[in-house]
Ligand binder design. Sequence first.
Ligand code: FES
Length: 117
Amino acid sequence: MDSFVPNLDNFTEDCSTVHAITIGNAQDLTVGRCARVQLPDGDELAVFNVDGEFHATENFCPHKGAPLSEGTLSGHVIECQWHGWQFDVRNGNCIPAGPQLKVYPVILEDGVLKIEI
Ligand code: FES
């Protein structure tokens, strides 16, 4: 499993409640790979490279809490390693139906990945 630890030197804050956290270089997350992102508050996200498009979701499966960043990514579908639940990482939808994952916008800027939380 890959892992990103956000660069807090680049932690940005504006007047709203949206924060953009720099998580690392896009080239470090190749197509078809996923990685865990540890947030400053201890929470975790999962970030995915789907054919060059980056997506981020909460990291813990809503079934029993397995880390989705350790699941199997096939196209835009992540399969949880514990019991096989599947989610579309583009929108968080459970396949075919079930609890939805929270998703987060990913920004690619000059080769650097940022997630809005
Ligand atoms: S914990 Fe993910 S399917 Fe059970």
